[in-house]
Design a protein around this ligand. Structure first.
Ligand code: DNO
Length: 393
């Protein structure tokens, strides 16, 4: 696997020289300054590429070239937006950047309720609390019919939580779900948003009447439209699984499990239509056997996210260490290195430790925590390389 790292561009407090020192080979980034839906000009792409190369690394993967909401819900501007997307893909292909990660999640890119959940050793990590998420859905958004989407155990927990809620706690829940996890990856929301809840509701309304079948049809429409450009320039698209891998806010989700992955790969059976194997998102669903999915879909995978979740008996999930949790990263490295060696891989959502929490890094993108995780994964990679060399696997 190629050791890559998600870097948020020249404003990232973690600099390219720092990444070079810790053994990163490839950079995963995007032109974050270009608004969603607009064309990525070739000269801007070349500028970013040269900057990365001047520090002895390469621009391995684009994460993300965002798919605008109107493409997902099939708004009137969809075809114009797809044309822009195709030009950006062609420009990336001309510059030699051939792996593009995107997602097809309506409204919300990923979701957590707590971004600094404390561990006994003094580190913190991300956490998804079902009762808090249900509270946001039912009591803050006041989404019609929301209660019917939650199980009785979660609703009981939510009632108990409601009794202890304060305006400050409500506010931080909104910040975590709508702003802090979204602002840096999703053009829908930004820091300092005046009325995030109203904006969120307006976005949800765009999906009125869009069910799973419709969203699937819209994804197929998008993929079929861009495949000719991908073939012409050798660009590999890799969709990121939905995080968490289950429906939220009554919105359909279409990349959550084996059947979903099989569906979108078969719907557009072109090798350029592939998967970002995000072990973390997939392991957050107790329905997913992550190593089995890796074995089945390695050949259509173009990019790997290594992290691992632990699902608790009440359905909450937390990010585990990269050596623990449901993902079984040791098996995943064996599977990918034997079936499709050399894919770009980045560690993801590591803990905050040793002062990370004071740096204001994007949620899930600490420095020390990710560096430790990368070291752990490097150890696994070296062990697996030896196993392969000695014909032991
Ligand atoms: C969160 C990330 C996602 C991912 C996008 C890809 O930490 O894994 O934001 O980059 O969903 O489009």
């Amino acid at each position: 696997m190629e050791k890559t790292w998600r870097w948020f561009g020249p404003n990232d407090k973690i600099t390219l020289p720092m990444l070079r020192q810790i053994g990163v080979e490839g950079i995963v980034t995007a032109l974050h300054h270009i608004p969603n839906g607009e064309i990525w000009p070739l000269d801007e792409i070349e500028k970013m590429k040269s900057l990365i190369e001047s520090h002895g690394m390469r621009w391995s993967v684009v994460e993300s070239l965002p798919v605008s909401e109107a493409i997902k819900y099939a708004g009137s501007e969809r075809d114009t937006l797809i044309e822009n997307y195709k030009v950006s893909l062609a420009n990336l292909g001309k510059a030699g950047i051939k792996t593009v990660c995107y997602n097809f999640m309506p409204v919300l890119d990923w979701a957590r309720t707590d971004l600094e959940s404390p561990n006994p050793d003094g580190t913190t990590n991300l956490y998804f609390n079902r009762a808090e998420f249900a509270y946001f859905d039912i009591c803050i958004l006041k989404r019609p019919g929301a209660a019917a989407d939650w199980d009785s155990e979660t609703l009981d927990r939510m009632e108990r939580l409601a009794a202890t809620m304060t305006p400050e706690k409500e506010n931080s829940l909104v910040e975590n779900i709508v702003i802090k996890t979204q602002g840096f990856v999703n053009g829908n929301f930004s820091e300092g948003e005046l009325n995030p809840v109203e904006k969120f509701k307006a976005l949800l309304r765009l999906y009125d009447g869009v069910d799973k079948e419709t969203l699937r049809a819209n994804m197929k429409y998008f993929l079929e439209a861009i495949m000719p450009v991908c073939r012409q320039y050798g660009v590999n698209m890799c969709v990121h699984p939905d995080d968490p891998p289950m429906p939220v806010f009554g919105l359909p989700r279409i990349v959550t499990c084996d059947e979903d992955i099989e569906w979108f790969l078969d719907a557009v059976p072109d090798e350029h239509n592939g998967l970002t194997f995000c072990a973390g998102s997939l392991s957050a669903g107790s329905h997913n056997d992550v190593p089995a999915l890796a074995r089945k879909y390695a050949s259509r995978t173009w990019f790997i996210h290594l992290r691992s979740c632990e699902v608790l008996p009440n359905g909450d999930f937390r990010e585990a260490s990269h050596l623990a949790g449901r993902a079984d990263i040791i098996s995943l490295v064996r599977i990918f290195e034997t079936i499709k060696p050399g894919l770009p891989m980045r560690v993801d959502h590591a803990r905050q430790m040793l002062g990370d929490e004071k740096q204001g890094y994007n949620a899930g993108y600490s420095f020390h925590g990710r560096m430790l995780a990368l070291g752990q994964v490097e150890g696994i990679m070296a062990t697996v390389a030896r196993e392969i060399q000695e014909n032991r696997i």
